[in-house]
Design a protein around this ligand. Structure first.
Ligand SMILES: [Zn+2]
Length: 468
């Protein structure tokens, strides 16, 4: 019965043929081929009229993304991590190779090369506007004209990234199809009055949840990191499949799950309507010219005000929990403390393929039970490598944040807050890639990344069940 429902939901919800292990009807396969062909023939955005484009792409024209090597230049490293006279936006960095990717104008790159003559660099995205364009669904124009078509074609759900409205519709169908396993709960509202939704996944009637440990999986705290949102959704879907194949599995009889696929709904929506590369939420700040607080610098554990200013991408706000989403989450956890024995936490981000363990705020303080924390981190990394061949580096989050160089860079993170106050085991995973796509990972990677992350989550759950 459950398998049949899962198949039905798969067709409705858009699981891929391979994900279900079942054959899609012929007509749907034909549609799939049409869209594959469209993707292959993606036109240049400049050949299209503005109503055919999802957002104004002119805002990125002329900009590039370059990978700068700071391994032999401490001054360059400082200039990249802190406030700088050069105008660039930080993307990801590789902490092993000691490179940072930055979004900038080619003239700025030349100025930097002049200032730091030993700087090695390579351009990894030479046409940023086109690269941005290619991350939106390729049938964007038609789906915008007729939104219901998106639902008709929803068997392709994991083939492309999805806007908030479609994600919420998908979650609602999920709840209707699996009322005994999936429950949606609105835990509060954002500045723009969007609901912050939690997906409860629980398989047995246990109103007190007394004997169960709860695992929390979050994504989308940074708006532009779309692959983190799709990976939470994919994990929910994979968990349903896992349950149908293993109804007596201890993962589901002894664990409850709370998923938050879109921790920053206002920011996510903004990446679909205005700026694909937006990172923060969208609430007002003390500076009337600048919107948005970095939610991941807003949690009340070793919070310090960021050295970044109000318009900066890492702005922390003026006080802890000023970002509404972090406040709502804290209040929800406090109010439901007795219902959830929160034990594990994984926060998904992108990019650079890393498994990060606490603390983020400082490398000077060792986390409790550090050996087991590291062992589990390597276990997750190894599981991912066995699943997909992809290498995820393991390190303390403070190293990734360069908290020792500039202390406020690692302050107020969701990782530290959850680890210190709520979860015994806590990680931040930075997903793919480590190559040339960065935040603009094409939609064709949604499924492979979803699969490798679910494998890592499954390993995490089994490890947790062994804790006593
Ligand atoms: Zn992030």
């Amino acid at each position: 019965m459950l398998l049949h429902k899962l198949w039905l939901a798969g067709v409705i919800l858009g699981a891929s043929q391979s994900a279900l292990g079942l054959k899609l009807p012929h007509s749907l396969l034909a549609l799939q081929n049409v869209f594959s062909l469209q993707q292959a023939l993606c036109p240049h955005y400049s050949s299209l009229s503005s109503h055919e484009l999802p957002i104004d792409l002119g805002q990125y024209s002329g900009e590039i993304v370059a990978r700068l090597d700071y391994s032999n230049d401490h001054q360059l490293k400082k200039a990249l991590m802190g406030r700088s006279i050069f105008k660039f936006k930080k993307w990801g960095k590789n902490n092993v190779l000691q490179t940072m990717d930055v979004q900038l104008h080619p003239d700025t790159l030349q100025d930097m090369a002049h200032q730091f003559p030993n700087m090695k660099y390579e351009v990894i995205i030479d046409d940023l506007a086109q690269k941005v364009y290619e991350t939106y669904p390729q049938h964007w124009a038609s789906s915008k004209l007729n939104p219901t078509r998106m639902n008709v074609f929803s068997e392709l759900f994991f083939k492309e990234y999805r806007p908030l409205e479609t994600i919420n519709a998908w979650l609602n169908i999920l709840q209707e199809t699996f009322p005994n396993q999936i429950k949606l709960e609105t835990i509060g509202y954002t500045h723009e009055n969007r609901p912050l939704q939690v997906v409860h996944f629980s398989t047995e009637a246990d109103p007190d949840h007394s004997d169960k440990r709860t695992v929390v999986i979050t994504g989308g705290i940074h708006a532009r990191e779309w692959i983190s949102v799709s990976s939470v959704l994919y994990s929910i879907y994979e968990l349903l499949q896992y349950y149908s194949a293993n109804p007596d599995s201890s993962i589901l009889s002894r664990l409850d799950f709370l998923f938050i696929p879109v921790f920053n709904p206002d920011g996510y929506e903004y990446t679909w309507s205005s700026d694909r590369l937006w990172r923060k939420n969208r609430q007002e700040t003390v500076n009337p010219n600048c919107l948005g607080i970095d939610i991941d610098h807003s949690f009340d554990f070793h919070w310090t005000r960021s050295s970044d200013w109000e318009c900066g991408e890492e702005y922390s706000g003026e006080k802890p929990f000023e970002a509404l989403e972090s406040k709502v989450w804290d209040e929800y956890l406090n109010a439901t403390n007795e219902n959830h024995n929160i034990y594990g936490f994984i926060d998904l981000h992108s990019y650079s393929q890393e498994v990060l363990y606490p603390y983020a705020y400082s490398c000077a303080n060792q986390p409790r039970d550090e050996e087991n924390l590291i062992e589990l981190a390597y276990g997750i990394s190894k599981t991912i490598r066995q699943e997909s061949g992809k290498n995820y580096n393991v390190m303390p989050a403070c190293v990734d944040k360069d908290a020792d160089l500039i202390p406020d860079l690692g302050a107020g993170s969701s990782l530290d807050f959850m680890y210190h106050n709520k979860a015994y085991r806590a990680y931040q995973l930075k997903l793919r890639d480590s190559g040339s796509h960065g935040f603009l990972l094409p939609g064709k990677y949604i499924e492979p990344v979803g699969k490798e992350i679910f494998a890592g989550i499954k390993y995490f759950c089994i490890f947790i069940l062994g804790d006593d």
